[in-house]
Design a protein around this ligand. Structure first.
Ligand SMILES: NC(=O)c1ccc[n+]([C@@H]2O[C@H](COP(=O)([O-])OP(=O)(O)OC[C@H]3O[C@@H](n4cnc5c(N)ncnc54)[C@H](O)[C@@H]3O)[C@@H](O)[C@H]2O)c1
Ligand SMILES: [Fe+2]
Length: 380
């Protein structure tokens, strides 16, 4: 066995109704709660606002947009500084959680954001941090990563151990009202995290493999139920746990080519993160198929248990087929043209994708700029 390191995630509070338990874990002093306006409107923040507000001074920053910008992050930091925040809670999908993580770090460490982009450069102390996901997708509550949209629509990330939260709450009742298209897109994002962690070129290890396998099992078995029967708490719980396990897996064995090619679609065309992964999934997996054949064949047995007797080539092809069927059945429109992207955008997208070097190095085989252009054209 190759030597490996594994960083565990946050401590968990799992199950319905954890607001009081979370409030009791927070540090003394003022708390900054980071969320978005839609979640405020839906009332999903109420129990947390009431429980924390009853015992701490509470400031709510609810101006986080999908794919949050650097300006939004800096505004959240300013709100925390003005309030003298001693702890941060992020409640929402990946967007509010990513802002909360980086705000807690910048407030606690005093570091300059421009010096910490990339891997392992944030080494200071953040404020105490708790994360409460309301989508079953990014797994951001488990990861040391925060993704921010910067100048020119380029997505940049801070990926450093201090960004792992102290606590995460997995309460699937918060996800019961997710609209079908958000359930679908965020669920596919989580599935891609599991698959890309399992084929991650450098840091894949026995623990990330076990987490990725179990994540793929939970997610692939429950995604369509969660879409068709949104009130099914068992399916929602399985999706939330699956997304969390996939987050733990890719926190240690980072994602690759699907995400690298997905990011320019989010940054330049403002498509939701999960949808951009769904758009590129089939094409990047086909590109990787020979290099990742053995790993894809192993994963095929999870999504198609009856394929065990087939050879690795047939099983790898079957994995791609089954994941594509799942994405199609989820109701997402899966061609770039369906989302207003012109065919001649492919070279621009390919050039942008080459900037995602932190992700491309994890792909099981090289993706050159001309490969990327061909893959965008195939996805068109
Ligand atoms: N940090 C990481 O490890 C990591 C990993 C993958 C993606 N990301 C980032 O996360 C962001 C995407 O996060 P996301 O896909 O969770 O979406 P999101 O947070 O942007 O939310 C999408 C939409 O769903 C709504 N929503 C969220 N929860 C809801 C609920 N329970 N009921 C009804 N509506 C709800 C939100 O208001 C928003 O309009 C992107 O910026 C992406 O780059 C981060
Ligand atoms: Fe993702």
């Amino acid at each position: 066995m190759r030597p490996f390191t594994f960083n565990p995630g946050p401590r968990l509070l799992s199950g319905p109704g954890q607001a009081q338990a979370l409030a009791d874990t927070l540090a003394d002093g003022s708390c900054l709660l980071v969320t978005d306006a839609e979640l405020m409107r839906l009332g999903l923040v109420d129990a947390y606002r009431d429980a924390i507000g009853a015992i701490r001074e509470l400031t709510i920053f609810d101006a986080v947009e999908a794919d949050p910008s650097k300006d939004t992050l800096l505004a959240a930091v300013e709100a925390g500084r003005a309030a003298g925040a001693a702890s941060v809670v992020g409640l929402g999908g990946g967007s509010p959680m990513d802002v909360a993580k980086l705000a807690a770090y910048l407030l606690g460490s005093g570091d300059d954001l421009e010096q910490i982009w990339g891997v392992g450069l944030a080494c200071g102390q953040r404020l105490p941090l708790a994360l409460v996901p309301t989508t079953a997708g990014t797994g951001s509550e488990a990861t040391p990563i925060s993704v921010i949209t910067c100048e020119g629509g380029v997505k940049r990330a801070v990926n450093s151990a201090p960004l792992v939260a102290d606590w995460a709450v997995l309460d699937a009742t918060l996800t019961l009202g997710l609209p079908a298209h958000v359930t679908a897109a965020t669920g596919i994002d989580a599935i891609v995290h599991a698959v890309e962690a399992f084929t991650s070129a450098r840091l894949k290890n026995p623990l990330s493999d076990a987490l990725a396998r179990e994540a793929l099992r939970l997610l692939s078995a429950n995604l369509l139920t969660a879409i068709a029967q949104p009130g099914d708490l068992d399916a929602r719980s399985a999706m939330l746990l699956g997304a969390h396990l996939a987050g733990l897996a890719f926190a240690n064995a980072p994602v690759g080519g699907v995400h690298a090619l997905a990011y320019p679609l989010g940054g330049l065309h403002h498509l939701p993160h999960g949808l951009t992964n769904a758009l590129m999934l089939r094409h990047v997996l086909q590109h990787n198929c020979e290099a990742a054949r053995g790993h894809y064949a192993e994963l095929a047995e999870i999504v198609a248990p009856d394929c065990a007797g087939q050879g690795t080539q047939a099983r790898a092809a079957l994995l791609i087929e089954r994941l594509d069927e799942l994405a199609r059945s989820s109701g997402l429109a899966l061609r770039l043209r369906d989302h207003g992207i012109a065919f001649d955008q492919a070279p621009v997208l390919a050039r942008e994708a080459m900037k995602q070097t932190r992700l491309l190095v994890n792909n099981p085989c090289e993706i050159s700029e001309s490969d990327a252009q061909r893959l965008y054209e195939a996805a068109w």
